[in-house]
Each structure stands twice: as structure tokens, then as C-alpha cells.
Design a protein around this ligand. Structure first.
Ligand code: 26Y
Length: 818
């Protein structure tokens, strides 16, 4: 007997259909006959929201009235993905929806597809935030996600005739957004600029301008917890609608200028995802949402109190800083406590340090945010004073802890130079109670390298929380076939809220009948993806070939170049007759990647992949053997279709560069095998699924270090491996640029002269592992056994487990009472 615990609302499909009819009539003013799929999508979404409303209100009340500390997840990015299916799942309305829309004469998938994906994040960090708020709600922990409701999300990617990336604005709010509820009454004032003056012995900030932060609330329904939390995204609005004095015809543009300026703050998500961008507007965004959120939390937890006792603030809510982006919240809370509520410095400091914790998501020093003190002084003069005072206090503390003057200098929060800089990661590390990395290796490297001086002196602050992903979206919704098979295999669907139960699948890897069913699910997912790729992109993919996928932001350290060079080398092997195409496992290489618009090398790599695709896909000599598919505008929707269809997952970053990775977890949970380096969470995935079920290759962190130290010369590797040489020569000689040798010259020169991420040094090892992959793939039963073992042993990578670790190690709180 299969035990089913998934939430199920008691409402009938008929009644649900009637609710949709009502909403179509009273909200949209259309009959079901007149309605479009988009209308039905809006009405159905509103109907689901209504069903969640009681739980949402009760959760808010219990949170404020109870004594369970809440979590505030401060993040500049929340990459939520589409909402309707997820909300239906958690509200227990999936079946009713499917039936109801049919009754109304609509195709369910068309209704689902009417939702435009909100892309309010760049990649891993933003998606992690989305998984975390899902898990918080599912565990019944009272929490707010706090961020920005960007008007334009991550750009829509297109490819032009030459295969170059073109960025188009992502105006996701062009149509009605039934999920976001604008709450004008709870807006906050956020001040900027001006100066600080001395009044009655006090420092008083006289700001020059202000914007109104208006909250847009999204429900975050938990799975099977009965709880619904809130994602509160702030929208910037001007206080001065137009200045009518200025408003005559010729001054019209001038009249709306202040409004335009204020509203620019929440206009666009910065598409940079790793190297820092020192843009004034970005600092404005960071201050805008952290200031509004902190004030909001005071409003929520001390309702109606003019003189709240904020010494208890850290008992009401703990704030997690998702990377350095919200770190300006630290001096802001100091300012609120001192300037707005009259606390003394030491009291404010005690409250502030208890309130914040910091998660670091990088190892690349160039990604650690640093702001010119002059810029902070211009936008936030009072905050600069506070930061300087924190710095002084810190230096005094350090002087008591160490005699090492160099170390003290290295650790300064505000650098000692003419054009002084403020190091946000250092500020967060000093002021926060805890600092964590996002995978074991990453947390270790943070201590050993990136934040070494800090860990020397404040070791107790440092901890690790390995990332995780939500099984609701990335298994149940993305892979219904596998989910059903797992439920059948385990005899229960409880694994969706207790993912370690997947362990129970282990014996089934030896059951040939089960393995065949598993293989069938994978094959069906491939067919489904091929169909989608045909409809959406016009690709002809062959589901009988191996689906070999690399999806992630385009970065040199992630080494998409390694993958494409290996594909080119294989192509060259076949063309030159060195290898008989019939001896190779036919593969479809699938890429998905956006590049930061200003990242030249990354964009050139995209162009190269597209043009290698053009050549290879049109060459009859390799037809049926090698194919490249590079769907443009990779996003959560594509991920949900592609991950379940993938057999081989590429996680091939240079060791010591990828903080964690999270798609690696999604792939393992969906039964792909990984080819990867010992980097980020790959290390932990391999340890859990077993070395024999993971294709490991490449240098370790120590080997990388040693090679840098010895003086790295990539050209040696080029000379030593004829396949590598052939591949690079092909790129250099214009094979993929209509004979033009100039096009990829910067890439070629970089590979041969610099190759900072040692693509060439790992090339031979990467190739050597391919024959092992082919051999295993030839034995489908064995391959699928290993894939099942990956699923069975990846339960640890649920974001529920990550959240439990945060609760225990950092937040010191838990679920609300039932
Ligand atoms: C400063 C600004 C330009 C900036 C904006 C976005 C800097 C960084 C980012 C985003 C970083 C990011 O997505 N990092 C990824 O975080 C994932 C979740 O922890 C990790 O799995 C992944 O390894 C890391 O690259």
C-alpha cells in the first residue's frame, strides 16, 4: 500500500471551477467563452491565493503573537520561477485545477504557460534564496524573504546571426501579476544624500532626498506544513509626483525627472553575477531594500508601539545577509537604534551584532564587494560615520588581540589610503555573529585563504552550511514521472518532506524491473525535452543519444571552454579519420548559459559554442553522432525540463573556484551522473553517492596551487596533447568563423598565454574520463543502477536540511507551534 501525505484540499473541482468563473467575471470582466488562457491563469492564481489566505493570516498572527524568533532572509535576488504549479501543489489543488480548467474548456499546460517567469536573480545565489524560503515555510519556521521587486529582471537572452549574445529587457510585469499584492499602507521612507550636522551634541542626518519603498507581498506556501510565509519585495516610488509648477509643455520632461530618478532604484536587476560592479545605483538599491526591511521588521514585531524596547529585537528576528549585497544593513540598524530610537552606541552594537549573520558565496577575491568611502559618504553620510567608528572600534579590539601590525592593517574595514575603500565582507564578518560558506570545501577555503586573518582571531564565528535545493520544485514538479516511481518504490510520498528517505531506493538499484522503469522515465523525459526544444527553438534532438548537459552562468572559472574544446577535439578526431564515428557513443551536448553583458571573454565563448554548433550540426560526417544544442535564454523553466532529461551532468570548474554549485544537486537527485572536479559541493556529492558512481577528473585544489606556484605555462599542454592542439588550431584557423582567424583570437591567445583557470592543464584528464563514460553508457542497466544510487544517496542535498543546519548552527530558532 502506498501512503500518500501530499496536501489535498477538500474543495471539489466543480467548486474550484466556479471560483475561477467568479474571478473571471468580477475581476477581469470576461465570460469563460471570452477568456484567454492568460485570463484563466490570472483567475486561477487569484483563486489559489484565496485558498492560502487563512493560513497566511494565521501564520502572520502566530509569528507576531508567539515567541518563536523569526528569520529575515535579506537578499538582492530571489529567482523564484513560475508560481502557479508550485502554489497549487502546496495548496493541495493540483487535481482540482487540472479538472476545472478542462471543464472551462482550456488546456492546463496552456494556462500554466501563460505565466511569465519572474527572473529576479542572476543564478545560483538567487535560486538558493528561493529554495530557502520554500524550505522555511515547509518546515513551519516563521520567516520573511526581503528583497527588491525589480521592474526588469535578468535580461532576456537572444543569439544573433553570428551567434553572439544579445540582451533584451525582461519586462516581466508587462502583464498582470496575480501573485504580488501591493501594500501602499505599509510603505517606508528611505532617505539619501545630504549631510550630517551637530545638534545638541548629537549627530543628525539631514538627507537631501527620499524615496518611498512600497512592499509587494508574495505568499510563500509551505509544503504540508499549513504555513504560509511572506516574500516582501520593495518597489521604489517617488514622493513628488510631478511638480506641477514645472509642468508646462516644454518642461514636461523636467517635471517628471525626480520621479524617474527615484523609480530607477528598483528598475533593473544588475546582470553581473560575480565580478563586482561599483555602480552608485547598485549601492542605492542595497540601502533601499535593507533600510525598508529593517524598519518593516520593527513595525511588524512592535505593532503600534511608539517607544518599542528594541533591546529585544534580536529575539524577535534574526537576519541572514545573503552575500555582501545587504551588508549596508549593519550600519543602518546601528543608525536606527541610535538616531531614531535614542540608544547608546554599546547597546546598539550589542543588538546589531546579535541580529546579523553573513553567508559568503564566493572565493574569487574580485567578487567581494568594496565601496569607495567617498561614494558612501555622498549617498549615506551618516552611515559612513558609523562605519568609520565601527572600524576604529575594531582596530582597537585587534590591538588587544594581536601584535601583528601587518595583520591589523590587512583586516581594516576602511582602508587607510587617500581614496579609502569600505570592505563589505570584512564589515559583515566583524559585525555578524556567524559567517558561513556554502559547501564544506568552500567554508574551509574561506578560513584558510579568503578570510584567513579573521578566522585566525575569530574562529568560533566560522561555520559551514552546505547548500541544498527544494525537492518540491526540482523533483515533484519538474519530474513527475520519477516522483511517481520513487513513491511507488518507497511505498510512501513522505520523501518530499524528508528527503533522506530516498536512501530506501538503494536496494532497488539491484532490481532489474525497477531499473528498467527508471530508465523508461528518463527516456520519456528526454522525449519531452526534445519536443519542447523542437517547439520552442526548432531543434531536432534525438532522444536515443546521450544527453550531456552543462547549464550555469558563463564564466571562465566554470570552464565551458573545456567542454567545447573536448567536443571540437572529438570532431577533429572523426574528420581526420583517427577515430571511427561508429565507435563513439552518440551524444547531444546541451548548453545553457547567460553571460554578463560586459564580460568580453564569456560572450566570445558563447559565440564560439554557437558557431561550433553550426558547423558540427551541419556536417554529414558526424550526423547522428555529435550534436550541440544551445537553447537561448536559459531560465528556471528550461531547467525544470532539462535537468530531468539529462544523463550526464558537467560540473567541471577549476578546483577551488566554485563555492558550491546547486545544479549539481538537482542533477544527482534527478538521476544524472556527474562528470566533475573536486570542487564545491561536488566533493560532498561524490562522498555520498560513492566514488564509483561519479566521474572524477582533474587537479585538486592543492595541485592547482602547486602548479601556479611552479609557474604555469599553458602552451606546454598545447604542445603535449595533439588532440588539444588540433582543437585549438581549429578555433584559431577560422573553422568556426567562416575562415576568419581574427574572430576568436582573444580566446586563443588567452588559452595559450594565460589560461588563468587551467583549462589546458585539465584537458587530457577530462578527455581520458570520456571513454569510461562511453563504456558505462553502453551498459544501460549498469548506468541506470548508478543513476539510481545517485538519487538514493542525495537526500542530504535538500534545502530542508540546509535550513535545519542554519536553525541549529546560526539562527537558534525553529518552527512555530502547530
Ligand atoms: C556584487 C554583485 C555583482 C554580485 C551579484 C551576484 C556578486 C555575486 C552574485 C551572485 C553570485 C552567485 O550566484 N554565486 C553562486 O552562489 C551559489 C549559491 O551559494 C553557489 O552554489 C555558486 O557556487 C556561486 O557561484
Amino acid at each position: 500500500m502506498t501512503e500518500l501525505t501530499a496536501p489535498k484540499s477538500s474543495i471539489s473541482s466543480k467548486d474550484f471551477a466556479n471560483e475561477i468563473r467568479e474571478l473571471l467575471k468580477y475581476e477581469q470582466g470576461v465570460t469563460p467563452e471570452q477568456a484567454s488562457a492568460a485570463d484563466v491563469y490570472v483567475a486561477a492564481s487569484s483563486a489559489v491565493r484565496r485558498h492560502l489566505m487563512d493560513s497566511w493570516m494565521k501564520t502572520q498572527q502566530d509569528m507576531v503573537n508567539g515567541n518563536t524568533k523569526a528569520v529575515g532572509y535579506l537578499s538582492a535576488e530571489f529567482l523564484m520561477g513560475r508560481q502557479l504549479r508550485n502554489s497549487l501543489l502546496n495548496a493541495g489543488l493540483t487535481e482540482q485545477f487540472n479538472e476545472a480548467v478542462k471543464e472551462l474548456g482550456f488546456d492546463a499546460q496552456k494556462v500554466i504557460d501563460a505565466e511569465y517567469e519572474p527572473g529576479l536573480g542572476n543564478g545560483g545565489l538567487g535560486r538558493l534564496a528561493a529554495c530557502f524560503i520554500d524550505s522555511l515555510a515547509s518546515l513551519g519556521v516563521p520567516a520573511f524573504g526581503y528583497g527588491i521587486q525589480y521592474k526588469y529582471g535578468i535580461f532576456r537572452q537572444e543569439f544573433d546571426e553570428e551567434g553572439k549574445q544579445v540582451e533584451r529587457p525582461d519586462y516581466w510585469l508587462a502583464n498582470e501579476d496575480p501573485w504580488g499584492h501591493i501594500d501602499y499602507g505599509r510603505s517606508q521612507r528611505v532617505n539619501f544624500g545630504g549631510e550630517v550636522v551637530e545638534e545638541d551634541g548629537k549627530r543628525v542626518w539631514k538627507p537631501a532626498w527620499a524615496v518611498r519603498a512600497i512592499p509587494v507581498d508574495y505568499m510563500v506556501p509551505g509544503y504540508a506544513s499549513g504555513r504560509v510565509n511572506t516574500l516582501r519585495l520593495w518597489q521604489a516610488k517617488s514622493y513628488d509626483e510631478f511638480d506641477l509648477l514645472e509642468f508646462n509643455k516644454s518642461e514636461y520632461m523636467k517635471a517628471v525627472e525626480p520621479q524617474v530618478q527615484a523609480e530607477n532604484i528598483s528598475k533593473i536587476l544588475y546582470p553581473e553575477d560575480s565580478t563586482q560592479v561599483g555602480k552608485e545605483l547598485r549601492l542605492e538599491q542595497q540601502y533601499f531594500f535593507t533600510s525598508a526591511s529593517l524598519h518593516d521588521a520593527i513595525r511588524v514585531f512592535y505593532p503600534g508601539q511608539d517607544k518599542p524596547d528594541l533591546t529585544t529585537f534580536a529575539d524577535k528576528i534574526t537576519f541572514q545577509l545573503n552575500d555582501t549585497h545587504p551588508v549596508i544593513g549593519i550600519p543602518e540598524l546601528m543608525r536606527i537604534l541610535i538616531d531614531e530610537y535614542g540608544y547608546d552606541w554599546d547597546t546598539a552594537w550589542t543588538v546589531t551584532t546579535k541580529t546579523f549573520n553573513y553567508t559568503c558565496h564566493t572565493l574569487l577575491p574580485e567578487a567581494l564587494e568594496v565601496w569607495p568611502a567617498s561614494l558612501i559618504g555622498k549617498l549615506l553620510p551618516r552611515h559612513l560615520e558609523i562605519i568609520e567608528k565601527i572600524n576604529d572600534q575594531f582596530l582597537a579590539e585587534l590591538a588587544d588581540l594581536t601584535d601583528d601590525q601587518d595583520k591589523i592593517e590587512r583586516m581594516r574595514i576602511v582602508t587607510d589610503e587617500d581614496d579609502a575603500k569600505v570592505r563589505m565582507a570584512y564589515l559583515a564578518t566583524y559585525a555578524g555573529s556567524h559567517v558561513n560558506g556554502v559547501a564544506e570545501l568552500h567554508s574551509q577555503l574561506l578560513k584558510d585563504v579568503t578570510l584567513r586573518d579573521f578566522s585566525d582571531l575569530f574562529d568560533a564565528k566560522f561555520t559551514n552550511v552546505t547548500n541544498g535545493v527544494t525537492p518540491r520544485r526540482f523533483m515533484k514538479l519538474a519530474n513527475p514521472g520519477l516522483s511517481e516511481l520513487i513513491t511507488e518504490g518507497l511505498g510512501t510520498d513522505k520523501w518530499l518532506s524528508d528527503l533522506e528517505l530516498l536512501k530506501g531506493l538503494e536496494p532497488l538499484a539491484q532490481d532489474d524491473e525497477f531499473v528498467k522503469k527508471f530508465a523508461k522515465v528518463k527516456y520519456d523525459n528526454k522525449v519531452k525535452f526534445a519536443q519542447f526544444a523542437k517547439d520552442e527553438y526548432g531543434f531536432d534532438l534525438d532522444a536515443s543519444t546521450m544527453f550531456d548537459t552543462m547549464i550555469k552562468r558563463l564564466h571562465e572559472y566554470k570552464r565551458q571552454a573545456l567542454k567545447i574544446l573536448e567536443v571540437i577535439a572529438t570532431y577533429a578526431d572523426i574528420k581526420s579519420g583517427k577515430v571511427n564515428a561508429d565507435d563513439l557513443t552518440p551524444r547531444t551536448f546541451i548548453f545553457g548559459a547567460k553571460s554578463a553583458p560586459g564580460y568580453y571573454m564569456a560572450k566570445l565563448t558563447i559565440q564560439l559554442i554557437n558557431n561550433v554548433a553550426k558547423v558540427i550540426n551541419n556536417d554529414p560526417d558526424v550526423k547522428g553522432k555529435l550534436k550541440i544544442a544551445f537553447p537561448y535564454n536559459y531560465n528556471i523553466r528550461v531547467a525544470q525540463l532539462l535537468i530531468p532529461a539529462t544523463e550526464l551532468d558537467e560540473q567541471i570548474s577549476q578546483a577551488g573556484k566554485e563555492a558550491s554549485g546547486t545544479s549539481n544537486m538537482k542533477f544527482a537527485l534527478n538521476g544524472a551522473l556527474t562528470v566533475g572536479t573536486l570542487d564545491g559541493a561536488n566533493v560532498e556529492i561524490r562522498a555520498r553517492v560513492g566514488a564509483e558512481n561519479f566521474f572524477l577528473f582533474g587537479m585538486t585544489v592543492d595541485e592547482v596551487e602547486a602548479l601556479y606556484a611552479a609557474g604555469y605555462d599553458p602552451s606546454k599542454y598545447y604542445e603535449a596533447d595533439p588532440r588539444l592542439k588540433a582543437a585549438i588550431d581549429m578555433v584559431a584557423n577560422g573553422t568556426f568563423s567562416d575562415g576568419d582567424a581574427e574572430t576568436y583570437e582573444p580566446l586563443v591567445t588567452d588559452w595559450l598565454k594565460k589560461d588563468w583557470f587551467m583549462t589546458l592543464a585539465d584537458f587530457t584528464a577530462y578527455h581520458d574520463i570520456q571513454s569510461q563514460i562511453d563504456t558505462l553508457y553502453a551498459d544501460q542497466l549498469e548506468w541506470n543502477r548508478k543513476a539510481i544510487l545517485n538519487v538514493a544517496n542525495s537526500g542530504y542535498f535538500s534545502s530542508d536540511r540546509s535550513i535545519e543546519d542554519y536553525l541549529e548552527r546560526i539562527w537558534m530558532t525553529g518552527p512555530l507551534d502547530k
